[in-house]
Design a protein around this ligand. Structure first.
Ligand code: IPD
Ligand code: CA
Ligand code: CA
Length: 261
């Protein structure tokens, strides 16, 4: 099988898995139970997160038992195929629990290249809008089958910039200082509450840039590939990323506060 057709098959599976997870979220919307807290009292997890991860993992395990797994709610398997799946079964849990329809299932497949894990395919499914964002390495990004392209060029003063905030209070104080410095220089700032969707919204042109400096891999693994394949430049920022069209990315990261730690 060629690398291209292998990626096509992996992408179909990523999309199917994200849809499986999304069906669990839709079923439980407005009536999530089993809410508990993880890193802080503002970092929730619910039965919806757990059920979505189980549904995603069940399909991936059945179809690709030799691949590794890394899921936010505990899925972990080493695998022996050189591929692994990185899963955020509900990105935007706080939105979901408040009934704000802005959350997603994120499923990425990565390949070990001897030095690190590199993206192969990614799928992000927003069940409330029934929007499926997808990308395969070198094959572009799509939303519900439509090709995506980032906004470019965009001047900083005209840029709608998305960001998000960590759950730890000390991190937020630092992140707020960065926002205070950035806000006078851009059109406006948005904080949607789903890193995976914010990256997809850069890809589809609903915002011009996104940055966040404290993320886990499952937050950005699929969305970063989708933004990249839509023409964004995506670079590391702490444990997170900065993503924007090439002109804006260069302007924002050239000595700007969003490169500061
Ligand atoms: C969170 C969301 C949020 C971001 C946080 C993430 P979760 O993920 O992506 O937008 O600001 O840093 O932890 O907890 O909803 O999966
Ligand atoms: Ca997340
Ligand atoms: Ca999550």
């Amino acid at each position: 099988m060629s690398r291209t057709s292998e990626r096509e098959a992996l992408l179909r599976l990523a999309v199917a898995a994200a849809h499986r997870g999304g069906a669990e979220l839709t079923r439980r919307a407005g009536k999530a139970t089993g809410v508990a807290f993880k890193s802080t009292a503002t970092d929730p997890v619910s039965d919806a997160d757990r059920a979505s991860e189980s549904a995603v993992v069940e399909l991936l395990t059945r179809e690709r038992p030799g691949d590794g797994l890394l899921g936010e709610e505990g899925a972990e398997r080493a695998g022996d195929s050189g591929l692994r799946w990185v899963i955020d079964p509900l990105d935007g849990t706080v939105n979901y629990l408040y009934g704000i329809q802005h959350s997603a299932v994120s499923v990425a497949c990565e390949r070990w290249d001897g030095d690190g894990w590199r993206p192969e395919v990614g799928a992000v499914y927003d069940p409330a809008r029934d929007e499926t964002f997808s990308a395969a390495l070198g094959a572009g990004a799509h939303m519900n089958g439509r090709p995506l392209a980032v906004n470019d060029p965009v001047a900083p003063a005209a840029a709608l910039v998305a960001t998000g905030f960590a759950y730890a209070a000390a991190s937020r104080a630092r992140q707020a200082a960065v926002v205070a410095e950035l806000l006078p220089r851009v059109r406006d700032i948005r904080s949607g509450g789903s890193a995976a969707l914010e990256l997809c919204w850069v890809a589809v042109g609903r915002c011009d840039a996104y940055y966040e400096d404290e993320l886990s891999r499952w937050d950005w693994a699929a969305g970063a590939l989708i933004a990249t394949e839509a023409g964004a430049v995506v670079t590391p920022l702490g444990s997170g990323v900065t993503a924007a069209g090439p002109a804006l990315h260069a302007a924002l990261t050239g000595g700007s506060p969003i490169t500061a730690r």
